[in-house]
Design a protein around this ligand. Structure first.
Ligand SMILES: C[S@@+](CC[C@H](N)C(=O)[O-])C[C@H]1O[C@@H](n2cnc3c(N)ncnc32)[C@H](O)[C@@H]1O
Length: 364
């Protein structure tokens, strides 16, 4: 239940001024401003505060190694410091010190938007160059073999077996916490064996393991995407508490992309769209203006959803919005490659919420 900041202050025996300052710094997951007043979920835990001479309350720097980084959707969320649909997602205090990705095009996008610490190589070749220490390891391992749109070969498929590199990285780095992300389909009956094997391998690392399905729409992403996050925390540290949903009412497609309706094609802004004909099997869906968008897929070969009111498929910028990328995030590549990078990404806004929960543990 949403309550006012003053009511929350009373519940926690704090002053409203302190809470306003914390809310302004993004210390609460569920706080949002309605007019001039803050409201937040009454169940939100009071944030752990740590003083750091450098960065102020609760914002000690923590280092992250990122695997299978793609264009950087998850990494952007982990670092924070962006705005989406008028809402600010402040810096989290995490710093990515090393990232790896096999696709040169995705690396180019990553470098332009996130940083030059990305190493463009096959993880098999790059793993020896990885830093020896970091507070956190993150990675959205390739999911084509698990996704319901893929061939469902589970972890025996070449690409999903790549989660073993996250296992390797955790063994080497011994981070305080690691976070592995994959498609919701990992929890389907067909993937029971894969899930069991993945959890077994992560459990053998001696970490507390938990996993949960997240509906991106519950966290302010205008999309019905579902993703699983598997989290491991070092024994002795507090348990990972998943972020509380922040949205009761989903952001609709019209709210997310309505302002782009009159905009002409613009390559630099990735406001370009596929002209693929309606195909027999997939990609015939039309967005509904008053509902969130459908899951944006990486390998849809131009058969991305149609606009809810215009006679065309959605543009790459509109797809990026539906994935909660800020408009300042640019994709310096052609249409199909952009489609792949956007579809592969963890929505930055969802990743930001997960990162904030992880930061509490790392700051302990
Ligand atoms: C699901 S995507 C990750 C997306 C990323 N987490 C994001 O939020 O943007 C998986 C990524 O793993 C990369 N990949 C696949 N095989 C790889 C390998 N052998 N070494 C390094 N990266 C690989 C793919 O190119 C793809 O970008």
């Amino acid at each position: 239940m949403l309550i006012s900041l003053a009511e929350y202050a009373k519940l926690h025996d704090k002053s409203s001024d302190t809470l306003r300052r914390l809310a302004g710094r993004g210390a609460f997951h569920t706080a949002q401003k309605i007019g001039r007043n803050w409201v937040l979920d009454s169940n939100e835990e009071y944030p752990v505060q740590k003083r750091s001479p450098k960065n102020g309350v609760g914002n000690t720097r923590a280092t992250v190694v990122s695997l299978f980084s793609g264009c950087g959707g998850m990494d952007l969320g982990f670092v924070g410091g962006f705005e989406f649909l008028g809402k600010k997602y402040p810096k989290t205090g995490f710093e990515i010190i090393w990232a790896n990705e096999i696709s040169p095009a995705a690396c180019k996008t990553y470098e332009q938007n996130i940083g030059s610490h990305i190493v463009n190589a096959d993880i098999n070749d790059a793993i020896d160059q990885m830093p020896k220490t970091a507070d956190v390891v993150i990675g959205g391992f390739p999911c084509q073999d698990i996704s319901i749109n893929g061939k469902m070969r589970g972890i025996k498929g070449e690409r999903s077996g790549l989660y073993t590199y996250i296992v390797e990285a955790v063994k080497k780095i011994k981070p305080k916490i690691f976070i592995a992300e994959n498609v919701g389909g990992l929890l389907l009956k067909q993937n029971e064996y894969s899930l069991r094997k993945i959890l077994e391998d992560f459990n053998a690392l001696g970490y507390e393991i938990s996993y949960q399905l997240y509906r991106a729409v519950d966290y302010g992403v205008p999309q019905t995407r579902e993703r699983v996050f598997i989290v491991g925390t070092k024994k002795g540290l507090p348990k990972f508490t998943p972020p509380q949903p922040t949205k009761k009412h989903p952001i609709t497609a019209k709210e997310a992309i309505g302002d782009l309706e009159g905009l002409a094609q613009n390559e630099g802004f990735s406001h370009i769209w596929s002209l693929a004909n309606v195909s027999g099997e997939q990609g015939n869906r039309r967005l509904l203006a008053d509902r969130p968008g459908y899951t944006i897929r990486a390998e849809c070969h131009g058969n991305i959803q149609f606009h809810y009111s215009l006679p065309r498929r959605i543009s790459m910028r509109e797809a990026a919005r539906i994935q909660s990328f800020p408009d300042t995030f640019l994709f310096p590549c052609k249409l199909r490659e952009t489609e792949r990078q956007i579809g592969n990404a963890v929505p930055p806004v969802l990743a930001w919420h997960v990162a904030k929960s992880a930061k509490r543990i790392v700051s302990e």
